[in-house]
Design a protein around this ligand. Sequence first.
Ligand SMILES: Nc1ncnc2c1ncn2[C@@H]1O[C@H](COP(=O)(O)OP(=O)(O)OP(=O)(O)O)[C@@H](O)[C@H]1O
Length: 266
Amino acid sequence: MDAQGLQVDNLTVAYRVSGELAAPALRDATFQLNPGEILGLVGESGSGKSTLGRSIIGLLPSNAEVRDGEIRLGNSVIMSPRGDRTRQFRGSHVGYVFQNALSSLNPTMRIGTQLNQVIRRHRPNLSRRERRHLAQDLLERNALRDVDRVLRVFPHQLSGGMRQRVAIALAVVARPDVLIADECTTALDVSAQAKVVDHLAGLVREEGMAMLFITHDLLLAGDLCDRICVMKDGAIMELGRAEQVIFDPVHAYTQSLLASVPRIEV
Ligand SMILES: Nc1ncnc2c1ncn2[C@@H]1O[C@H](COP(=O)(O)OP(=O)(O)OP(=O)(O)O)[C@@H](O)[C@H]1O
């Protein structure tokens, strides 16, 4: 089956606080994400990046309400005020990696068992030996060394950065159409970050996966992404080719974000 793109139209999400609907945390967001494309989502803390990412995978907090708009994967509406069908697509078609890998790892299960389970589910035709090779390969590609040991241990026996790389390996087993990566490399040191980012970019280019890369790091987004979407107070301020947003930003807010990055002159 051909890879499917994602279309977000006029999406508006608000949170209920003490029973009252607060001002929308996401307002009228519209963009598309094409197969084989990396779209960076940048903006200050609280600008609505995670609300948008979590809407796409249907993992919004229970006090969130989708008030307007819709999200489509290919021809299927997966999220709208009328209903949430994301569960049907989560994992297999839409993968995700959050900043906190502990939320996607089972603390009571060895890493090897978790990877094996996910590989069995999504790649049922592989033999036991092929599954083991794939698990090793995925960990190595995510910059993990000593993979045999990693496969034997429990999540708490790994560092935070290692757990993050395992979570990324788990998320890409299914070769999803879309991967939502929410600050997924923030906790890594620079060299691990570069390897993981290279691996993710390779998946996008080779497998036609689409990736929404959520980050505070405007320069990283500039290096990695095809297009960049800049958010402020729940709204998309600017959306354009990465080079244009970084070197020739249209919106004053993007200019101020860039001005606060020491190495860039605008
Ligand atoms: N569960 C919640 N209940 C009420 N308000 C929330 C909740 N989660 C987020 N918000 C509010 O929604 C707005 C957007 O938050 P969101 O987490 O989407 O931003 P963000 O850009 O991802 O921030 P960060 O970079 O810090 O993760 C913020 O004003 C935040 O306080």
